[in-house]
Design a protein around this ligand. Structure first.
Ligand code: GDP
Length: 296
């Protein structure tokens, strides 16, 4: 599972700290040095770590220690709260348009998990009594259309496709039109990814964006790719106004840096976490729960 290394290291630091009756400035500095190293080792972005440590130190200096707590416990609590803030504070919900259908555009690199997420999100929406329509806009990856059709078939959600000879912009437009006619209240548009960011990919998704004016642009990032995930998020955000991030493959052996950096670097909230290949392995991302999980 993600974060194992980070959790173990932080537990060591905090274990030493918690027990202390009094904390000298040196104790705090030493603990923060270790927290810093642990975060860097977990692949958290360098600048994010620097700001994080500065904030924690500032708060630790001014903190009042109530009778029932040790100074060490207070520092641990400050770290906990700052971790929650770092990941966005409160839970960010999926957009909901006042004028349905709500249009959700998926963006991301190939293999990040966009098609899988499109199916998962449809299932989640369906369980909340929504009527989603899936739109097969990835016409380049062999089998992406079929994959979406299979996912839709599994959960009984319609999939709109025009094969791989029509432009994705046209497919997206017609998909939205169909949703209006059929009364679907969500349209989830799967798009093509490339192995890395390239101009053609960005141009195409920008055109889709301009054509359908989505209410939500979700960037799907593979948490296993660590720092690279942050770079990808940054590039996409510069070119396309993202409204949310979905971290995938958090079930894997990821060091967790992506989860801890993406919000700070892009300003975009993490809305969902994908934790497996199965269609129901999708969770709303709760910064507070994630912080508790990281601290162990
Ligand atoms: P796309 O190219 O972005 O559409 O990526 P896909 O949706 O086809 O996913 C690529 C691979 O990652 C597939 O084998 C998925 O089963 C797998 N995958 C997607 N999400 C997750 C996840 O959360 N955990 C794990 N372990 N695998 C995932």
């Amino acid at each position: 599972m993600a974060f194992e290394g980070l959790t173990t290291r932080l537990q060591n630091v905090f274990g030493k700290l918690r027990g202390k009756g009094k904390l000298s400035e040196d104790d705090v500095n030493e603990a923060m040095r270790e927290v810093r190293l642990a975060l860097l080792e977990a692949d958290v972005n360098f600048k994010v770590v620097k700001d994080f440590i500065a904030k924690v130190k500032e708060k630790a200096v001014g903190a009042e220690v109530q009778k029932s707590f040790t100074p060490g416990m207070v520092v641990v609590d400050i770290v906990h709260k700052e971790l929650i803030e770092l990941m966005g504070g409160s839970q960010a919900k999926l957009a909901k348009s006042n004028r349905p259908p709500t249009i959700v555009l998926m963006a991301g690199l190939q293999g990040a998990g966009k098609t899988t997420l499109t199916g998962k999100l449809a299932k989640l929406l369906q369980s909340q009594n929504h009527k989603p329509l899936l739109v097969a806009g990835d016409i380049y990856r062999p089998a992406a259309i079929k994959q979406l059709e299979v996912l839709g078939g599994q959960i009984g959600v319609p999939v709109f496709s025009l094969g791989d000879k029509v432009s994705p912009v046209e497919i997206a437009k017609q998909g939205v039109q169909l949703a209006k006619e059929q009364g679907n209240d969500y349209v989830l548009i799967d798009t093509a990814g490339r192995l890395q960011i390239d101009e053609a990919l960005m141009e195409e998704i920008k055109q889709i964006h301009a054509a359908v004016k989505p209410d939500e642009v979700l960037l799907v990032v593979d948490a296993m790719t660590g720092q690279e995930a942050v770079n990808v998020a940054k590039s996409f955000h510069e070119q396309l106004e993202l409204t949310g991030v979905v971290l995938t493959k958090l079930d894997g052996d990821t060091r967790g840096g992506a989860a801890l950096s993406v919000k700070a670097v892009t300003g975009c909230p993490i809305k969902f976490a994908s934790t497996g290949e199965k269609i129901d392995q999708l969770e709303a991302f709760h910064p507070d729960r994630m912080a508790s999980r990281i601290l162990g």
